[in-house]
Design a protein around this ligand. Sequence first.
Ligand code: ZN
Length: 307
Amino acid sequence: MEPGSFVDTLTRLLLRPRTLASRAPIAACPGVTLRRREAVAILLGCAMAAKADNATPKPLARFLGPAQGAALLLDIASRRAIAAHEADVVVAPPGSTIKPFALTALLTARKLTAAEPFLCPGKLTIAGRQLDCSHPPLTAPMRVETAIAYSCNCFVAHMAERFAWGEFASTLERAGFTHGFQLAQGDGARLQALGEQGVLASAADLAMAYRWLALSAPAPVLAGLEGAVEYGTGHLARVGGATGADVAGKTGTVRTAAGNRIAWFAGFFPSRAPRAAIAVMVAGTSGGADAAPVAARILAAYRAGTL
Ligand SMILES: [Zn+2]
């Protein structure tokens, strides 16, 4: 007899009208006699075993290929890890994946509006560090949506001058960044808003933080995250094919204090009814070229049910 049929028999016996006294023996299968509470204990054990099995995150190493890295796919409703690889092992500056949090904080504080224009000069130096934009020159001014989609350093750094002391840090804390974010203002806040200093994240941190964004991003930030995948820096994360982007997300590229280059992609899926948040961190030269395709492969497998 298969174990499943034993459990089914027990379940049917327990769910039928209670014509038996609770201490009376019940027949579960030929040759086995159980009292009701013993049957309940067995069923609880089966349920707990099944739950424990479901709770084990699936492996993601095969999606990373030869690249060294980390990744986490997170169930938004339950916060449970659906699949993971080394997600809590390494922390690094999150680079431009942090920009949507800076603009969310400024929008929420009414220090920025969705339509406020800013003509990107392309060149940017903060505290002696050269942080020029990498997007092509645009004739139209940037707004929140396009600044996120094109990952405009100049826009975000310009707007971050409006942060009061420690103001951005409070948003980072609410979003779930747990690794040593600093209170900052001025150049410190500008570098923090670009994810260059003053905040660190693991892949697990960033997936949790993008879960927070999935649930609370203001409309122009959400449009920017969709735009990044639809036409901006994260287009290699697309899994929607001809139907367009149904992933919302953001790339990031940073160099660690040790000189290693880290490529990030973080986002959520589907963008307008999110079920899963994802973060990918790999050794590479660019978030768009190295991390976004890994995210696309993971999300495609998740959508197809083949993780
Ligand atoms: Zn720019």
